[in-house]
Each structure stands twice: as C-alpha cells, then as structure tokens.
Design a protein. Structure first.
Length: 127
C-alpha cells in the first residue's frame, strides 16, 4: 500500500466560503500549495512549474500567481532561457506540476510567503 502524500496545510480542512469566486478560491489553494512545496526545497532550489497539459516539456520559474475574474488563474515567471512567460489558465483546466528548479539568481527566491501574506491582507480588507 503506497503512502499518500498530503500537504501540511490539510486541504481537506479548508472549506470555501459560499460566496467566493472560483478563481479566488483556486488561487488561495495554489498559494498554499506553493508555500508548502517551498518549505521542502534545498537552499539552491526554487519553485518552478511544469505545464502538464502541453505536449512538449515546458518548465518555468514561478515569480507570481494571481487571479482574474471568477475563472482565470495567472502564473508569471521566466523560462529556463530567461524569457518572460505568463500562463492564463481556466480554473476548470488547471494542471500545473510544481517542480524544484535550480536557482537562477545568486539566492533562491521564495514566493510562497509573500503570496500568503497577500492572501491575509486581502482577507483583512474584505472582513
């Protein structure tokens, strides 16, 4: 029997508010997943994404994650050859594999904490 891998933030315990828009709810869960994933990276690694739904092997360094309207998640970052990338993904088709990538700057970036802080700020302005 294989051991099930579960994020440390216990996604089963997080319930979406009845009135939240789907993109915002997906964004929150992606941010929590990134933060959890980054906690396990080596000092010389940073978070990247491999696009699962594309035929070729497309991997990029994630710099930011946001949402737009009720149905769009946006990933921004850089490709392995340094070109700027932006992925617009409908929430019903989100398939992104979080991967450890070699750092591209002197110090590996950690984006999860900053993204999580923005979630807290957003929650504070809506309450």
């Amino acid at each position: 029997m294989s051991e099930q891998i579960a994020p440390s933030f216990s996604p089963g315990l997080i319930k979406p508010p009845a009135t939240i828009n789907p993109a915002k709810w997906m964004h929150e869960r992606v941010v929590r997943s990134i933060n959890d994933f980054e906690n396990e990276l080596d000092p010389d690694q940073e978070i990247g994404a491999r696009l699962v739904s594309f035929g070729s092997d497309v991997t990029f360094h994630i710099e930011d994650v946001s949402f737009w309207g009720p149905d769009m998640i946006i990933f921004e970052g850089f490709s392995s050859d340094g070109k700027r990338v932006r992925l617009l993904q409908h929430v019903s088709q989100l398939s992104v594999l979080l991967v450890a990538t070699n750092k591209i700057h002197e110090k590996a970036r950690r984006i999860g904490f900053g993204l999580a802080e923005r979630l807290k700020e957003d929650a504070g302005t809506q309450g």
